[in-house]
Design a protein around this ligand. Structure first.
Ligand code: PAF
Length: 304
């Protein structure tokens, strides 16, 4: 393990990565935290989860803005690239190795798209996939590549991108990939706003209103005691108090993102997910809830 305060070793190419991993072979289980950089406290918490999972084994962080998961109208060029600052976060968290490649290292034929990609299946066509066609194909393709390059024992992803987490688990199960996927709890600001690289694009007014997403989730969790429709109604009522928030979707599903039966049994475990635009910035959030009984409303759950 790299002592906190000691800079991580940085590999910019697959060859460097392979050589550095070979040097550490036998040094304990390997943990991987895939990121697109612009690291914040939410990413730091993923690194801490990885560290707890592998103890003295090496923690590897990848920093790569994956073009394949951006649509033609999305903010690929606007996506913040802050490698120097990101390396400081990795250093503080005692990360051993950072893989920070350029596009050609990951996609050798770029700008020609790879001929073979991962088909994420029908779950990629709903929720985020409905507004971001092709997004999850890009995510799963790059995650599969990173898993192949780093060959970690454990890979840590945030529950904040819940649909992504569910799809990655599905890929790992369906392709029999030898890695354990850990879903880490969402980190929040004191007013409940989920930490996200996109929060920096909110102006002061939008930033204040953005906390309504979490208030809507808490309202749904509380009203979940009375069932699905009351939970959705409570979340909608909370969202109506905001004037700058343009809701994309609000839904309650099973933890695997399947539709819930209209009348759920008391104690049914579910997930609430929502996405909204504040000006040009699109935010997402989600949390577990139980239909037909109360659940705590504070930090919602631990690792998945
Ligand atoms: O969650 C992210 O930051 C990205 O989707 C991921 C998993 C690093 C793949 O590019």
């Amino acid at each position: 393990m790299s002592a906190p305060g000691k800079p991580p070793v940085v590999a910019h190419t697959r060859l460097e990565l392979e050589a550095l991993l070979a040097e550490r072979a036998g040094g304990g289980p390997v943990g991987l935290v895939p990121t697109m950089g612009a690291l914040h406290e939410g990413h730091a918490s993923l690194m801490r989860v990885a560290r707890a999972e592998v103890e003295a084994g090496p923690v590897v962080v990848s920093i790569f803005v994956n073009p394949l998961q951006f649509g033609p109208d999305e903010d690929l060029d606007r996506y913040p690239r802050t490698l120097e600052m990101d390396l400081k976060v990795c250093e503080r968290e005692g990360v051993d190795l950072v893989y920070a490649p350029d596009v050609e290292d990951v996609y050798p034929t770029w700008p020609e798209q790879p001929a073979v990609t991962i088909d994420p299946g029908p779950l990629a066509d709903v929720l985020e996939g409905r507004v971001r066609p092709g997004h999850f194909r890009g995510v799963l393709t790059v995650v599969a590549k990173l898993l192949g390059l780093v060959r970690p024992d454990v890979a840590v992803f945030g529950q904040k991108d819940y649909q992504q987490l569910v799809l990655i688990r599905r890929m790992v199960a369906d392709l029999c990939l030898p890695v354990r996927v850990v879903g880490a709890e969402t980190e929040r600001e004191p007013d409940g706003l989920a930490l996200s690289s996109r929060n920096r694009f909110l102006n002061a007014e939008q930033r204040i209103e953005a906390a309504v997403l979490h208030r809507a989730i808490v309202a749904a969790q509380e009203a979940g005691t009375y069932g699905l429709e009351p939970a959705l109604g409570a979340a909608r009522a909370e969202l109506r108090t905001a004037t700058l928030v343009d809701l994309d979707y609000l839904t309650i599903t099973t933890p695997d993102l399947a539709a819930l039966p209209e009348a759920s049994e008391a104690g049914t475990r579910a997930r609430i997910l929502l996405a909204a635009r504040l000006g040009a910035t699109r935010l997402i959030d989600n949390a577990p809830l139980v239909l037909g009984q109360t659940v705590p409303t504070g930090p919602t759950e631990g690792r998945l």
